[in-house]
Design a protein around this ligand. Structure first.
Ligand code: BG6
Length: 296
């Protein structure tokens, strides 16, 4: 038996012989689905999300680059871009797969996007020469997503990046997050005030939209548990921030592509990124950021 790969017009799927699988949409190189051997879905996906590149996917793992959040008027180079940048809607190229078989079986899918493959209208918004390589690696216990950003031009550029993971959970009211205790965060639902996390663990009973800079650094895992049982353990490489987002009742109502409307009970976004300042890449420089999500 072999790792199975199927490459359709707009999606790539891969399954290990033991049953774990991953599905990636070429628009945005968005991971849409990640299932364990029992077929349990680990990612949340809105029932009526757009999947045609007209908008970012509402669910899965959208990629945020080169700006996080709304365009920043005081940062001229990214001020014309849409919220979260342009790569989450761009059509990426599937570059191929590599596999390893046997007891530690795994599959790595590579995707690429560069200046040459984006429309002129997008280049007009952000005129820099870049190359992106995104690798999605599935093994029996984890999913790794790694983005490598290269400056292919002569001019330097500033960028931010983020892996906007929507985790599928049974009940947001019994979810607990650890690993952020004592960390500073920007509270986007309270006028972007800077605060220090005093809750241990973090729980949810209203809208949350916070940009943490974990005090422990990227190697210390962020853990999502449900009713005391560990569901996900997230480790980061080079990504200094973690965004925690749940839109709760009113924000979910306001998002046309968010279905069902009580779906906020079944999701929590924990997003690893480099978004507090800017990564400045000079000619030929690269920046690599990654997360690995473990199932226990
Ligand atoms: C989060 C932001 O990362 O993404 C939130 O912190 C935002 O402020 C959310 O609402 C969803 O963004 P979008 O553009 O996908 O609706």
């Amino acid at each position: 038996p072999q790792v199975t790969i199927s490459h359709g017009n707009s999606r790539v799927t891969a399954a290990l012989t033991t049953g774990e699988s991953v599905e990636v949409l070429l628009f945005g190189a968005t991971v849409l689905s990640w299932k364990d051997a029992a077929g349990d879905e680990k990612l949340w996906l809105s029932k009526n999300t757009n999947l045609d590149g007209s908008k970012g996917v509402r669910g899965g793992i959208p990629l945020v680059f080169p700006v996080f959040g709304p365009p920043q008027p005081n940062h001229a180079a990214t001020s014309k871009l849409p919220q979260h940048g342009f790569v989450r809607t761009a059509r990426w190229e599937f570059l191929g797969k590599s596999t390893s078989e046997g007891s530690s079986s795994s599959v790595k899918l590579d995707f690429g996007l560069s200046t040459d493959s984006i429309p002129e209208s997008t280049k007009a918004l952000w005129p820099y020469k870049f190359g992106l390589l995104y690798s999605v690696t599935l093994d029996r216990e984890s999913l790794n997503t790694t983005l490598v950003i290269t400056n292919d031009g002569d001019e330097s550029f500033d960028c931010q990046m983020l892996l906007h993971t929507y985790f599928n959970v049974k009940n947001i009211s019994t979810i607990q997050i650890t690993g952020l205790e004592g960390s500073e965060y920007v509270d986007k639902v309270d006028g972007a005030r800077t605060k220090t996390e005093t809750s241990s663990p973090i729980t949810f009973s209203s809208e949350a939209d916070r940009v943490y800079t974990p005090i422990e650094g990227p190697k210390h895992p962020i853990v999502i548990s449900d009713s005391g049982k560990t569901r996900f353990r997230i480790s980061r490489d080079n990504l200094e921030q973690v965004v925690v987002w749940n839109p709760w009742v009113d924000k979910s109502q306001g998002m046309a592509d968010f279905t069902p409307k009580d779906g906020y009970k079944n999701m929590v976004c924990v997003e690893a990124g480099s978004v507090a300042g800017w990564q400045k890449l000079d000619k030929g420089d690269t920046f690599e950021g990654a997360q690995t999500i473990y199932l226990c």
